[in-house]
Design a protein around this ligand. Structure first.
Ligand code: ASP
Length: 324
């Protein structure tokens, strides 16, 4: 055998060795979890709680990177285009992987085909919250006040296509009102401004508002689920409040870019299931009002189906509800 040929064989054996060692060793450096909104909102809160437990299973830090903008689609676009090696994953939600396709004609990713589903992290019921001095004592009074003062009120949201945007779009279309909408880079900063009385109300995911509602810094008029939340037992459902058609519960879930190797995905999926089935992690999420899946609910198959159905549902719903 010629010297060159021997050298080539040794070289490719070395490369093969490196490739399998890399896969075996995953993860051998910190993992970035992109949160497509500002810190302090539900997506960020859930990512930090779930990511902390996943990092213990994986033996590597999960660094949360807040990449906000365009209702979460900026961060999710970055995740879709990242090298599919498991070191960049993202916390998406009902907006980024459901509704966004109905509001951004040139969306740079396909929520159904550009990702490998890791699994559902938490269901997040929607709560209508207002500044603490909003002049209404219950949902019916809130509705009347919004209908009578629609030109002067400001509803805050996390950007076009975000959960807080699309759910208030739905609410406004049911109330037949046209309220000024103020976009933020996430509902973390939107709720800060609600507490400060700078905006009037928000349709937010429960996990970032339950503490403030309990503390009395903001008011809650209704939770849009069939039953009250154990986290906010004093907040009536929208059905109790006389608006039964406003039913909506959002969700947050972990995704990897399409093409992430199967053995890497298996490790990420195992870490997610361990996180959501861990009693301490479940309690942290449930105390905030999160609805935490079991192992089957956190499976990649369940998430793929959820994205398919939510993407179809929201695109159709927004076509019907958004002024064209
Ligand atoms: N809950 C937000 C939304 O409205 C975003 C966030 O997590 O800050 O989509």
């Amino acid at each position: 055998m010629s010297f060159t040929r021997r050298l080539l064989m040794a070289g490719s054996a070395l490369l093969l060795g490196i490739a399998s060692a890399t896969a075996q060793a995953f993860p051998n450096k910190p993992i970035t979890m992109i949160v497509p909104f500002a810190a302090g909102g539900p997506t960020d809160i859930i990512a930090r709680i779930v990511g902390e437990h996943m990092s213990r299973t994986l033996g590597q830090t999960i660094v949360i990177e807040n990449v906000a903008g365009a209702g979460g689609t900026t961060g999710i676009t970055r995740a879709a285009k990242a090298t599919p090696d498991g070191y960049t994953i993202a916390m998406g939600h009902m907006g980024t992987h459901g509704a966004a396709a109905g509001l951004y004609p040139n969306l740079a990713y396909n929520p159904q085909t550009d990702f490998e589903p890791i699994g559902l992290a938490a269901g997040t019921p929607i709560v209508i919250v207002a500044r603490k001095d909003f002049p209404a004592n219950n949902l019916q009074e809130f509705i009347k006040h919004v209908q009578a003062n629609q030109k002067t009120l400001n509803a805050a949201h996390a950007g076009v296509g975000s959960v807080s945007h699309i759910t208030c779009v739905l609410l406004h279309s049911m109330l037949k009102v046209d309220v000024n909408e103020i976009p933020y880079r996430g509902t973390g900063p939107a709720i800060n401004d609600l507490v400060a009385g700078k905006v009037d109300y928000v349709c937010d995911q429960i996990v970032s508002v339950s503490e403030q509602v309990k503390g009395g810094t903001i008011k809650a008029y209704g939770i849009a689920t069939p039953a009250r939340s154990p986290s906010l037992p004093d907040v009536p459902t929208t059905t109790e409040g006389g608006l039964p058609e406003f039913q909506v519960s959002a969700w947050n879930a972990v995704f990897a870019p399409k093409g992430t190797p199967p053995d890497v995905l298996a490790k990420l999926r195992d870490a997610l299931v361990k996180a959501v089935t861990d009693p301490g992690t479940r309690k942290k999420l449930e105390d905030l009002g999160g609805v935490v899946p079991d192992a089957r609910g956190a499976s990649p198959e369940a998430l793929a189906e959820l994205v398919r159905s939510e993407n179809t549902r929201w695109v159709a719903l927004l076509k019907e509800r958004v002024k064209q």
